[in-house]
Every structure is written in structure tokens, then in C-alpha cells.
Design a protein around this ligand. Structure first.
Ligand SMILES: Cc1ncc(COP(=O)(O)O)c(C=O)c1O
Length: 368
């Protein structure tokens, strides 16, 4: 049968390069440290695990479709109106829904050169056209973004801080970008790593959502909450955006165990603080120690760093990846982000962090 006679996906779908997650295991290593997915080394709150187990009694019941109790818990914790929150199966789910709700065929969505890879995928999946704005020093650049806006632009996707660079834009810059956007353009601030940022000039997006009609913020339970396996995220937006997303989301897009674990996690402020403090201690340590080895590290405000390797034979990112993998240290290869000479390292446990520095020193022929 000719391919024309069989069902064809919409234009654009087959030009999508499917998202390839980082490695989670390596053959032959006796112990493994997965530092490739920006997961928390401290794991979830024990209270979240207990809540998850409790949900086993109710697996035959459909979830409560609006995630009301979870939205209430998020609203209470952040001081937000729960009616303006939508929960999803990971923040991925919400980013996808926003693309589908706001992009018609040929509409443009802007993202930045080393921006999160999922944005062009969801844009193409919705029939839209991804448009890339240049970055400066591995950081989003407001002027480049604004220069890419046309009358077909419908969405700006900006991860703040960005994955995989770990860089961020201060709130002043975000506000300047917003001021430069036509009112019909939706600004999506993806704040997956917001909890880790310890800078006074950073704002996750809550204020801009509260005061404008075209800004949405997305958040996740996969990172600092340590609930990546459950797929749980949320967005805060203007009532009209919430209404549009609620019309097209799956009616039971958040499962009960995830909801209950999410509520317990939000209520365990002490565990979240422990995870934040762990990161605040080890992020600068890794940046410094790896920098001392003669490797360039992009300054990060998140729970990972981008390490740049030389081009010389035996010292490339590929060589480093093989060297570290053989020792059970699994980092993220980022050539799909147009960063072929870099590896991304998630801040791990103290043991993992120390092992990485010792191994990198050996790789570079230096003493740690
Ligand atoms: C910037 C950014 N946004 C969104 C996500 C998706 O997270 P979730 O697990 O909530 O779908 C990630 C995950 O790596 C991310 O790095």
C-alpha cells in the first residue's frame, strides 16, 4: 500500500524530533548516581510517600476531576485564588495544553536558542511554527525575543530559570519584555526551578500573572518536591486562560495518588527547606570546584550546572561522558540543545557531588 493511502498525521507532526530523556542507567557500573534529570537527591517528603500509599485503598475510584483539594493547598501556600489554578500531569501537560489552546496552524511561538526542548515539540504538535530567539552568554535576551515578535506570534515560552543553562532573567527584564509585547501574545513563564533561586531580583511570575491579562506561570512537583514519577504540575493564569485550558484538558488529567502526595508535600515546608538548603550549599561548591579544574561552568541559580568541555582530543564532552559513565556517574548530554561541547550535571547527594569532582579532576589530569 502506498503511504498516501494510509492515515497521515497533520502537517508538522513528522518533522518533530521526539524528546529524548537523559540516560538513567549505564552498563557495567557497580553503583550508579543519576545526575541527568534534575531530580532532588533528598527524595520526596516522607509525608508525601505516606499519602501516596494511602491512596492505594481508592484505586477503583476516578480522581476528583478539578483537583480541588490540591488547588486549595497550592492557593493557601502561595496566597493565590484556587479558581485561577489548573493542575496537570506534570507541567509538560499544561505547556502542551497552552500550545493547543492558543496556536492555530501557522501561528508562531518564540523560545530561546538553548531553551527547554519541549517548547518546539509542543508548538509543532499544535500546528504552530517554532521561532528561535538568540541568547547572550547562555541567557535569554529580551531584545532578541522582542525582535522576533510578528503579527503571527501567539506565545512566548520562557523557562526562568532555564534548563539546561541554569541562567535566569531578573524581574525587571521580564517586566520590560512584557511591556514590549502586543496584548494578544501569551507570555508563558515556566518556573519549574523557582524554589531553588536565591536572588532578590527574581520573581517566579506570580506578580505578573496577577497584574496582567496575558501572562501564565507554570510550576512542577517533579523537581524540589521530588515527585517526578507521579507527573504533577500546575499553572496560575488569568481567568480567561484558565477557562480555555479547562475546556481542552483531560477530565481526569491528575491522578488521585499524585494529588494526595502533592498536598502532603506542599504542607511539609521543613522538607522543602531541607532540599533548598542542600542545593544552596552544593551548587556553589560544585561550580567552584569544577571551575578550579579549568572547566568553564555557566553560573546557575537552579539545581544543576552546565559544564563546558574543551575541543581537544581526549578532553571533549563525549570523552568526559564516557569517563564519568564508566564510574557510574550519569550526566546529561545536551547536544539536542545545541550545546554539543557541554554536559549538564544535577546537584546530587554529598557523596555523588564529591565523586563527580574527583572523577573530573582525574579526567582533566589534575588533583581535586
Ligand atoms: C524548564 C522545565 N520545564 C518543565 C519541565 C517539565 O517538568 P514536569 O515534570 O512537570 O513535566 C522541566 C523538566 O525537566 C523543565 O526543565
Amino acid at each position: 500500500m502506498s503511504t498516501l493511502q494510509r492515515p497521515q498525521p497533520r502537517p508538522g507532526v513528522l518533522s518533530i524530533e521526539a524528546y529524548v530523556p537523559g540516560k538513567s542507567t549505564v552498563p557495567g557500573a557497580s553503583r550508579e548516581f543519576k545526575l541527568s534529570a534534575n531530580e532532588t537527591p533528598l527524595g520526596p517528603s516522607p509525608r508525601a510517600v505516606e499519602a501516596f500509599r494511602g491512596a492505594a485503598e481508592h484505586l477503583h475510584d476516578y480522581p476528583e476531576g478539578s483537583a480541588r483539594k490540591l488547588r486549595d493547598a497550592i492557593g493557601k501556600s502561595f496566597g493565590l485564588d484556587p479558581a485561577r489554578i489548573v493542575c496537570g500531569a506534570g507541567s509538560d501537560d499544561l505547556l502542551n495544553l497552552l500550545a493547543h489552546a492558543y496556536l492555530a496552524p501557522g501561528d508562531e511561538a518564540i523560545y530561546t536558542a538553548h531553551g527547554f526542548r519541549i517548547y518546539p515539540i509542543f508548538t509543532l504538535a499544535a500546528g504552530g511554527k517554532p521561532v528561535v530567539a538568540a541568547e547572550k552568554n547562555y541567557t535569554a535576551d529580551v531584545d532578541s525575543i522582542l525582535a522576533k515578535v510578528t503579527d503571527r506570534t501567539r506565545i512566548i515560552f520562557l523557562a526562568n530559570p532555564n534548563n539546561p543553562t541554569g541562567t535566569y532573567l531578573p524581574f525587571d527584564e521580564i517586566k520590560r519584555m512584557h511591556r514590549g509585547l502586543p496584548p494578544h501574545v501569551l507570555l508563558v513563564l515556566d518556573a519549574a526551578y523557582a524554589e531553588y533561586v536565591g536572588r532578590n531580583d527574581y520573581e517566579s511570575g506570580i506578580e505578573l500573572v496577577a497584574t496582567t491579562d496575558n501572562t501564565v506561570m507554570t510550576r512542577t512537583f517533579s523537581k524540589i518536591h521530588g515527585l517526578a514519577a507521579l507527573r504533577l504540575g500546575w499553572m496560575y493564569g488569568p481567568a480567561h486562560v484558565v477557562d480555555a485550558v479547562n475546556r481542552i484538558r483531560g477530565p481526569f488529567n491528575v491522578n488521585t495518588p499524585a494529588m494526595l502526595a502533592g498536598i502532603a508535600s506542599i504542607e511539609d515546608a521543613a522538607h522543602l527547606e531541607k532540599s533548598r538548603a542542600h542545593n544552596a550549599r552544593w551548587l556553589p561548591w560544585l561550580t567552584q570546584e569544577i571551575g578550579k579544574l579549568g572547566l568553564e561552568v555557566t553560573p546557575s541559580v537552579a539545581n544543576f550546572i552546565l559544564i563546558h568541555f574543551p575541543k581537544s582530543m581526549g578532553r571533549t564532552s563525549r570523552d568526559a561522558d564516557a569517563f564519568l559513565s564508566a564510574r557510574g556517574l550519569i550526566l546529561r548530554e545536551v547536544s539536542s540543545y545545541d550545546l554539543p561541547a557541554a554536559l549538564r550535571l544535577t546537584v546530587g547527594s554529598e557523596e555523588a557531588n564529591r565523586l563527580v569532582v574527583v572523577a573530573l579532576a582525574e579526567f582533566m589530569g589534575k588533583k581535586a
